[in-house]
Ligand binder design. Structure first.
Ligand code: NAD
Length: 490
């Protein structure tokens, strides 16, 4: 992986509608590089009219191109060519991702871009696999449940992993035969347009994958309310998820998939392999500087091993390599914006006022143009502490301890969130009891974080979401089901 000059990266700065970059006059937004806070581009904000045009064009394109009606393996082949093209352009896409997001170039190329290609390949394989089923009816009847695409799906994505998050929405929607209009985060808008351009180059018809740029309040809201959008898929904060669900309900009923926030526990029992546990916990905290929905941000450790585990974590977290995302030596991500860094400051200040003791970090890493935050360990916290309750979206780990298994499970439960949980134990029975007890959409045992096993769906319990991304379930969520009953006589 080479370093690159952020000022020399060329990219399209508009919307992507009907297979072309569209840049209309109108309201604009400055977009900053997280690494050095330099404004590097202006973003057009799609108005209600532009969103309307994109949805209508997509609807036409679905009909005209036969994307839904062609032999499904043709859809699969086009998506597979797209995956190959993404891999072939890994360096270029990685630079674009690293330029405007928090993803360091080395991780962007090998992780985000390659994962995006593989994810699209995974979803392509479902194109001819989910046609429906024959129902067990009386024998003079023939009953079928027929799977059909919705038409045009709307998607709204967050800033933390722009390409991956887009691929999780576009992959299943297209494999199922839908068109899509996607609004990326206004903080990280450009790599998604390049992804859409490559789709056209690979043979996916123009107008099937469209990108509208803009803010949540204007563009996101217009997309959520558009009557031509038959299904919505959103990844982002719980607060925005609530607004989107409301907008979807107020503008005519449409199903919504919501992948929302988390405050995931990492439960370490005294019999665990502490070396391995501390590797996993530190890895989860450092990944994208804690700006990941599944960040395991609450350590809950059995008392007799708490000191040993904290010592192991301190030594692992002390060695980070912050730097601009365009340097191949950078291993630790910047915080997305000054606003977000201030939010971390505020939660930490409240947490301290409520009695938290800072064991490591606790403030900014100075000397960079953008905002960077020290990996931070907070002890002396109760379940009421702000840092334990609120999703921080930074490299902050709270530490609570327990005596009995029951206490551990009780502490792991969060009143609002239930996205993921990690459990570390040598006792298989206890691990499986944890699976039963923990109210989370994903439970990892003796490991933490997602793998390239796209077959495993991801999604939250409680306010962490509704429905699943990834897995067969994500494709099924992009299909609706028609019941057919035929009288065949006899
Ligand atoms: P956000 O909710 O602020 O924004 C997400 C997207 O929603 C952006 O594109 C934004 O423009 C848009 N938006 C904002 N207001 C809107 C509105 N009223 N109507 C329609 N769209 C609107 O989230 P973020 O700060 O970009 O991302 C961080 C959040 O995303 C965290 O809470 C994180 O946990 C969550 N996340 C969840 C998952 C998951 O799989 N569960 C994955 C990644 C991120």
């Amino acid at each position: 992986m080479r370093d690159f000059n952020p000022d020399s990266v060329a990219f399209a700065k508009g919307h992507f509608i009907a297979g072309a970059v569209v840049d209309e006059p109108g309201e604009r937004l400055s977009v900053a590089r997280p690494s050095d806070a330099v404004d590097y581009a202006e973003l057009p904000i799609a108005s209600v009219e532009t969103v309307d045009r994109a949805v209508k064009d997509a609807t036409e394109a679905v009909k005209r191109s036969g994307w839904a009606t062609r032999p499904p393996r043709e859809r699969a082949r086009a998506m597979q060519r797209w995956a190959e093209l993404i891999e072939a352009k890994a360096e270029e896409l990685g630079q674009l991702e690293a330029l405007g997001s928090t993803r360091p170039i080395a991780q962007a190329v090998t992780g985000d871009v390659m994962g995006t290609a593989e994810g699209i390949r995974f979803f392509s394989e479902y194109a001819d696999k989910l046609g429906g089923e024959v129902a067990a009816t009386r024998t003079d009847h023939f009953g079928m449940i027929v799977s059909e695409p919705y038409g045009v799906v709307g998607a709204i994505t967050p800033w933390n992993f722009p390409l991956s998050m887009a691929s999780w929405k576009v992959g299943p929607a297209l494999a199922a035969g839908n068109g899509i209009v996607l609004k990326p985060s206004e903080l990280t808008p450009f790599s998604t347009v390049r992804l859409a351009q490559l789709a056209i180059e690979a043979g996916i018809p123009a107008g099937i994958f469209n990108v509208v740029q803009g803010t949540g309040a204007v563009t996101g809201d217009a997309l959520s309310r558009h009557p031509g959008i038959a299904k919505l898929s959103f990844t982002g904060s719980t607060r925005t998820g609530i607004a989107i669900m409301k907008a979807a309900a107020e503008s005519g009923i449409k199903p919504v998939t919501l992948e929302l926030g988390g405050k995931s526990p990492q439960l370490v029992f005294a019999d665990a392999d502490l070396d391995k546990a501390s590797d996993c916990i530190a890895g989860s905290l450092l990944a994208n500087a804690g700006q990941a929905c599944v960040a395991g941000s609450r350590l809950i450790v059995q008392r007799q091993v708490a000191d040993a585990l904290v010592a192991a974590l301190k030594s692992r977290l002390a060695r980070v390599a912050p730097g601009p995302t365009w340097k191949s030596s950078t291993g630790f991500a910047p915080i997305i914006s000054e606003l977000q860094a201030r939010r971390i400051d505020t939660i930490l200040a409240r947490s301290r006022e409520q009695g938290a003791e800072v064991l490591l970090g606790g403030s900014r890493i100075e000397g960079h143009g953008g905002a960077f935050y020290q990996p931070t360990l907070l002890a002396g916290v109760t379940t009421e502490n702000a840092a334990v309750r609120e999703e921080i979206f930074g490299p902050v780990l709270t530490i609570q301890s327990f005596e009995t298994e029951e206490e551990g499970f009780a502490l792991a439960d969060h009143p609002e969130y239930g996205l993921a949980a990690g459990v570390y134990t040598a006792d298989l029975g206890r691990g499986l009891r944890a699976v039963r007890q923990l109210k989370a959409g994903t439970v990892w045992i003796n490991r933490y974080s997602r793998t390239l096993d796209f077959i495993l769906p991801t999604g939250g319990y409680k306010s962490s979401g509704i429905g699943k991304d990834l897995g067969r379930q994500a494709v099924e969520a992009n299909l609706r089901h028609k019941t057919v009953l035929i009288d065949i006589g006899g």
